[in-house]
Design a protein around this ligand. Structure first.
Ligand SMILES: Nc1nc2c(c(=O)[nH]1)N[C@H]1C(S)=C(S)[C@@H](COP(=O)(O)O)O[C@H]1N2
Ligand SMILES: [Mo]
Length: 321
């Protein structure tokens, strides 16, 4: 199994990697390892809830009056492993990523599959601004003004069929442009997925910009997913394929560490990451930047429970983490 690089969590918050690895080895020797395999993959999930989210409910999540993260922080403190694993790697290494022309292949269980240019994909859809709280699984959070279009509006153009139970997303993986892809930190290409009702939820955004400008490469230009009630790694960057599928798709972090990263990845302070607590977060906003930010409590569904909790009615969120 591939071990992912130790995330830059302040010392004292996490079990040191070596200790963790030893514990895994010990558990494996004792034959207890399968018990850690809490992965949501490979098992059928309960059916999506039929509870309807009203437009008013959804709209209440479109803005927040919380202090914004500075643009300079949002565009220089990034996770984009295709360009390296350090937070400041993408801002420099991704500058050369070519984002025009850009094509997205949309296929799978839909009546109108096709390979379309980014312009055609978004034709007639003016970008909307959404100010969302973003929570990274590593324990930091930001408040970002995104520009984008609801994913649902784009997906409906391809007429998904009743077999489309999930949507799978794939990032570009071009070793000529992305130095990180030459290193097996993850099983490339980066992959993500959503259940169809999550994909169709009005909060789910296909982002094309931030702070009123086009997306910089390091933030996932020209097209990335934003799902504000889930951990940041669900927000797959530089998307080249969207596929309607019948069973739960593979996702990059779940493949790398199934005991640590489940398919759902809903922000949940009641479910600790195996190596650290998820009860609080460092809010990087205003003048509080990076490691020196204030620690605040993490809210269920990242504060979007009013909009999305009904999607998971009846599901054990400790099992489906
Ligand atoms: N293709 C790809 N998408 C990705 C990642 C990545 O490494 N590769 N990192 C994820 C993680 S862990 C986070 S927290 C967010 C960070 O997005 P930001 O840099 O715009 O804040 O992107 C997500 N999307
Ligand atoms: Mo993240």
């Amino acid at each position: 199994m591939r071990l992912h690089p130790t995330p830059p969590i302040p010392a004292g918050e996490i079990t040191p990697e070596a200790v963790y690895r030893d514990r895994r080895r010990l558990l494996a020797a004792l034959g207890a390892l399968p018990a850690l395999g809490l992965s949501g993959c490979g098992e059928a999930a309960p059916p999506p809830s039929r509870v309807v989210v009203t437009p008013e409910q959804a709209r209440s999540g479109f803005r927040t009056s919380e202090e914004l993260t500075r643009e300079a922080d949002a565009t220089s403190y990034n996770n984009f492993y295709e360009f390296g694993t350090a937070k400041d790697d993408p801002a420099t290494a991704a500058k050369t990523l070519r984002t025009t022309p850009w094509t997205v292949a949309v296929g799978g269980h839909c009546a109108k599959p096709g390979k379309v240019s980014l312009e055609d994909l978004l034709k007639g859809l003016p970008p909307q601004e959404r100010i969302y709280r973003m929570r990274c699984v590593e324990g930091w959070s930001m408040v970002i003004p995104w520009l984008g279009v609801p994913l649902a509006v784009v997906l409906k153009r391809f007429q998904p069929t009743s077999k489309a139970k999930y949507v799978a997303f794939t990032s570009l993986a071009d070793p000529r442009q992305m130095p990180g892809v030459r290193v097996p930190t993850l099983d490339w290409p980066y992959r993500e997925g959503l259940r169809i009702d999550e994909a169709m939820h009005p909060l789910t955004l296909l982002a094309t910009g931030l702070y009123g400008k086009p997306l910089p490469q390091q933030n996932g230009a020209p097209l990335r997913l934003v799902v504000p009630w889930k951990y940041g790694f669900k927000g797959i960057k530089s998307i080249v394929a969207i596929t309607f599928v019948e069973s739960m798709p593979k996702t990059a972090w779940n493949m790398a560490q199934p005991s640590e990263y489940g398919f759902y990845s809903n922000v949940n302070p009641a479910v600790d990451h195996p190596r650290w607590s998820q009860k609080t977060e460092r809010r990087i906003a205003g003048s509080a930047s990076k490691l020196f930010a204030e620690r605040i409590p993490t809210l269920p569904f990242n504060g979007y429970a009013g909009q999305v909790a009904s999607l998971y009615a009846g599901m054990d969120l400790k099992k489906w983490f």
